[in-house]
Design a binder for this molecule. Structure first.
Ligand SMILES: Nc1nc2c(c(=O)[nH]1)N=C([C@H](O)[C@H](O)COP(=O)(O)OP(=O)(O)OP(=O)(O)O)CN2
Ligand SMILES: [Zn+2]
Length: 151
């Protein structure tokens, strides 16, 4: 059963907003001395909330199918070692270590790439990623200037 949680709100002025909760289990290590014990291979159940917003619906009356959001991430990362996913992460550059921050940003990239290929082109405005009971990160993309100006 999914945790029922109230998430911080993403700022936007779109008409519609949907949120999808899901979780996945994955192992990782953070290859930096500063990470201390997290340099060792270990695992988490990651809890994810993805927020998508837009003004237009698709031919099904969806902003995007909830199930697609889950599949995009769950099928890719569940029961994997994140560091092995070389398309998303690598051990050579800190910006690509699978930290909570980088995993949240990567989830955003994967979801937005899918949304960019849809007819109604909604925006992923927030990814909330909980790594442990006491640690989470929120990734919000920089807002597009044209939308900020209301055009
Ligand atoms: N800014 C970040 N700091 C840390 C990250 C991270 O991804 N971004 N990751 C880790 C570890 O990987 C670890 O999984 C999480 O650390 P932490 O919250 O310290 O885990 P604990 O369960 O030990 O926390 P307690 O609240 O003390 O029980 C470390 N830092
Ligand atoms: Zn960890």
């Amino acid at each position: 059963m999914m945790m029922q949680q109230v998430y911080p709100a993403a700022r936007h002025d779109y008409c519609y907003e949907l949120n999808k909760d899901f979780h996945f289990a994955a192992a990782h290590y953070v290859p930096a001395e500063e990470a201390g014990k997290c340099q060792q291979l270990h695992g988490h159940t990651y809890y994810v909330n993805v927020t998508v917003a837009g003004d237009e619906l698709d031919s099904a009356g969806f902003l995007v199918n909830f199930a697609i959001i889950k599949q995009l991430i769950h099928n890719r990362f569940d029961h994997t070692l994140l560091n092995d996913d070389k398309e998303s992460f690598n051990d050579a550059a800190a910006d690509y270590f699978p930290t909570t921050e980088v995993v949240a940003r990567t989830i955003h990239e994967i979801v937005q790439r899918h949304l960019d290929g849809t007819s109604n082109k909604p925006q992923c405005v927030q990814v909330y990623l909980r790594e442990t009971p006491t640690s989470y990160c929120i990734f919000r993309p920089k807002r597009k200037a044209d939308h900020d100006e209301g055009s």
